[in-house]
Write a protein that binds this ligand. Structure first.
Ligand code: NDP
Length: 338
């Protein structure tokens, strides 16, 4: 087993905009030994999330910022390399918040075992992990999507969006995805079963969205905000629900925009716009995971993973999320997986 750990640490806070690779330091130190009640985990996969960019900024948010000098926070899947905790043995596959590093000694109560059921372990960072749960509770609990609704999803080809769209199809909604570029739109329709897809970068985006939703939009699952949100506000059905899941168009913004310019449409449509944070649903994760696993087993949800290899590639991979390089869940593989 290697004796040297490698870690990506935050060396300084980024200027507004994409995080410059110079803000990171790659450190090496001896692999820690687990204390009583801890497990030593060899990290196999790290989750790459747009929200990581927001964790780099000082100031108030839904979670504290990553501190200067700290290992970058990241959810991960790993393999137990040594255990001093009851209930865990060497070789167990586990998930937790492990950080961008190769090894972590961590309290056993911060780690969940992944039972071997044939599902690739990295799917526990995507369709069976936080993105899948976010899609499930955001769409059904916050957005109250129901059979017959027209559901529109932004960043639809991403980790949350691909699952949200497939859940909406599974319950009998008409689903339109919004994504960047012809190829992503093709994948949504041809491979993931969306009823339609609209390219938000195309000149006729507004008209194409209206044409795709002739009865108006009942549920908008918004991952993007900004101009895309403005376009959707012009096409609401009466009683529409807008789920504020994220605002990825704003995470690298160098200035604060004026907000939705046409929010009076909420009044006209008697619509609601509700934000949520998935952590508030922790008590109900087992329910969500069970249903997502059933839909995956039935073929109603096809998990997609976009893998990039190498811990040292984290700084560029983080920025690739904002270039839209991924279809499905963006994952950094940091160890060889047999
Ligand atoms: P994605 O896998 O969707 O990756 C981000 C995607 O956003 C890119 O692939 C890109 O796709 C699109 N994008 C990037 N920049 C822009 C832009 N300026 N305008 C429009 N689209 C853009 O990420 P996730 O699925 O992991 O996350 C989706 C959203 O969900 C994020 O906002 C995230 O913060 C949020 N989230 C919220 C949670 C909660 O508790 N509320 C929990 C987890 C995630 P394209 O090529 O189509 O542009």
């Amino acid at each position: 087993m290697p004796t040297i750990n490698q870690q990506v640490r935050l060396a300084e806070r980024p200027a507004p905009g994409l995080a410059d690779p110079s803000i990171w330091s790659l450190t090496h130190e001896p692999v820690a030994q687990p204390a009583e009640g801890e497990v030593l985990v060899e990290v196999l996969y790290c989750s790459l999330d747009p929200a990581m960019r927001t964790w780099l900024n000082a100031g108030r948010s839904y979670i504290p910022p990553v501190g200067i000098g700290e290992v970058m926070r990241a959810a991960g899947v790993g393999r137990v390399a040594a255990s001093k905790a009851a209930g865990f043995a060497k070789g167990d596959i586990v998930e937790g918040v492990f950080g961008i590093q190769k090894f972590v000694a961590i309290a056993a109560d911060q780690v969940q075992r992944i039972e071997a059921d044939g599902t690739p372990p990295e799917v526990h960072l995507g369709a069976l992990g936080t993105p899948g749960l976010t899609a499930y509770f955001g769409l059904l609990d916050v957005g109250k999507a129901k059979q017959g609704d027209t559901v529109v999803i932004s960043a639809a080809a991403g980790a949350v969006g691909t699952v949200a769209g497939q859940i909406a199809k599974a319950i009998g909604c008409r689903v339109i995805g919004i994504a960047g570029g012809h190829e992503k739109c093709r994948i949504l329709v041809d491979e993931l079963g969306f009823d339609g897809a609209v390219d938000y970068r195309a000149e006729d985006f507004g008209a194409a969205l209206r044409a795709a939703c002739p009865q108006g939009i009942d549920v908008f699952f918004d991952n993007v905000g900004g101009a895309v949100l403005n376009a959707v506000l012009r096409n609401l059905a009466q009683g529409a629900r807008i789920v504020v899941c994220g605002a990825v168009s704003q995470y690298n913004a160098t200035s604060v925009g004026p907000g939705p310019t046409n929010y009076m449409n909420l009044l006209i449509a008697r619509a609601s716009m509700i934000g949520f944070v998935i952590f508030d649903y922790q008590d109900r994760y087992p329910e969500g995971r069970k249903q997502l696993a059933e839909w995956i087993a039935d073929g109603k949800i096809k998990p997609r993973t976009h893998l990039v290899k190498g811990l040292e590639n984290f700084p560029t991979a983080l920025n690739q999320l904002f270039a839209g390089d991924n279809v499905g869940k963006f994952v950094l593989q940091v160890a060889e997986v047999p």
